[in-house]
Write a protein that binds this ligand. Sequence first.
Ligand code: ADP
Ligand code: MG
Length: 259
Amino acid sequence: MEPGLSLIKQHMTALNMPSAAGILDELLLEAQGNDLTYQEFLYQLVAHELTTREKRRLEKQLKWAAFPEYKTLETFDINEQESLSQKQLNQLKELHWLEQAYNLVLLGPPGVGKSHMATGLGVEAVRRGYKVHFTVMGELVGLLKTQEITRSSKARLKRLTTSDLVIIDDLMFMAIDRHEANLFFQLINKFYGQTSLIITSNKGPEEWGEILGDSAITTAILDRILHKSEVLALDGDSYRLKHRQTIFGSQSNCKRSPT
Ligand code: ADP
Ligand code: MG
């Protein structure tokens, strides 16, 4: 006796294949209509389950990563970046550096694409199955200070420390006091040798000491961050300014002839 479709679907669901169960009816009809072989039919069924599962995993991990904006390397125009070659970008995209716990420091003035590139590399890492988490320096300091009193801060920090790649955007953007610098050092020390960091900053490491105001802590932090690292200075004009929308538009159409 032929087993009923609903029984097959129940078994598929029990086997943790709900997506395949969901398209079974449709796929059976298609297979009958198009004379698919058993092998073709079976392949389509499992392929559907696999792609749906991968899509869901990606969505979940992207959410977990907390990127402020979804930016990819596909939309990153390398021609805007004279200081970086396509070959270098491809090499970074391979993520061997992540495997070897190297850090990446992206320096440059506002608008040159530091956050875009950091996020793009982060998205690439998520696609390849790494755990990534994005944070901004200001927010990070707040989390470190409230970790003992706020459960959500503790949870966020746990995400950071269990990631393979942590992005700290806008490092040293604002001055932090000695206590905060100490907390920051402890965190960097925890990452050291295990978790890769992408750090973006509009100030070079040589200026970080001024902002931290404590040369011993600064040296210790720099030591951990730069020991295995690649420092990239992004330059060029601000992409934001160059590609901005203006009220008056281009010279040619801003003057209307009176009629
Ligand atoms: P930064 O972090 O250096 O201040 P952003 O990464 O925020 O700069 O870039 C500012 C804006 O310009 C963003 O919308 C970003 O997507 C865009 N942008 C910057 N550089 C590029 C580039 N090379 N290709 C495409 N978009 C870029
Ligand atoms: Mg930025």
